[in-house]
Design a binder for this molecule. Sequence first.
Ligand SMILES: *Cc1c(COP(=O)(O)O)cnc(C)c1O
Length: 414
Amino acid sequence: MSENEEARRLARAQLPEGLRPETLAVRTALAPSQHGENSEALFLTSAYVQPDAATSAQRFSQSEDFTYSRTSNPTVRSLEARLAAMEGTEAAICTSSGMSAILLLCMGLLKAGDHVICSRSVFGSTINLFAKEFGKFGVETSFVSQTDLQEWRDAIRPTTRLLFAETPTNPLTEVCDIQALADIAHAAGALLVVDNTYSSPALQQPAKMGADVIMHSATKYMDGQGRVMAGALCGPNKLIKDVFGPVVRTAGMVLSPFNAWVVLKGLETLGLRMKAQSEQALAVARWLETRPEVARVYYPSLPSHPQHELAMRQQSGQGGAVLSFELKGDTPEAARAAAFHVIDSTRVLSIATNLGDTKSIITHPATTSHGRLSEAQRQAAGIGQGLIRLSVGLEHVDDITDDLLRGLSTLNHE
Ligand SMILES: *Cc1c(COP(=O)(O)O)cnc(C)c1O
């Protein structure tokens, strides 16, 4: 390749300023190789050959060039660039799963004696990681209401370093006010971290509302087709490059290049999928509200949702793919039998616990994601035995409602 051609290849890889989110989701990546591949390449390599010992020494002394894939990999780097562009942050760093992104967050920012405030309604493993695993190292976590800002304010201590929120939550789709929490965190000299898994940057960009770090399980909507595990933290260079980068390189919770490549391709259709799945979920939620067997439907786009207006403001007017509904039942046993009947009567939906997939998924939270809680804890969290969670995919919406109707219409004919 002539020098001129090489220069033009690299120049074209510099995107112009001011591109819109849809364009960034398709186009942001490292420059293509000398072969000019149009789809970003998968660099499945653990090490990189150096031209000579002096260059090798120079590259090992800093982290920007490629030496070893625990330090950096071009496919992972492309995904990090694309994610940062979509979240509107300076940088992003990828990890092997969503949980390892939170592990990285804690290892990077906390030490013995520090205090964390976390919503009581966040993902179950997140609660265990803060309370149990980091509790062992002398980090204390206070769990507070998802929606009552005064509880967050009252929990602040001189040692508070982090406020951790997730919005909307699983399975009841409770929404918290990101801007208000950012203000509370900053007034206390703490950072606000938002788990943005349930909205994805296609609907919600917490950095614009004052969040300092945005965390993702890319296993969900970002892959979007239920194939790989992946996680990420997005934020300013002073956190991502200076604080989290050295921890990942030492601790090794890196993302595999193959998984990074799958998620990179997933991001190209994220906006379209989020919009289509949100529209389908709203149609299913409205239909469920008309069913006599259903006591209550939880979905942010419904006017009956307690934080409907806040959710629509924060989430670009869309609700996402996840909704839950409560079946009528006189006792917990009767409610559970009804839920199991509806789940077992499906022939199209997958009985599984993932979400954000193109395939619709039906889940019974009380015996899966929230199965390890006591009945009293479950009642306090609002997770009844009659509750069913749906992650609405891309099948025809009438086939989804027909599949639910198989069980709903035969509930009392057992
Ligand atoms: C799934 C999930 C996680 C954990 O991510 P993994 O990729 O499964 O490790 C964290 N937060 C939320 C909101 C999730 O849905």
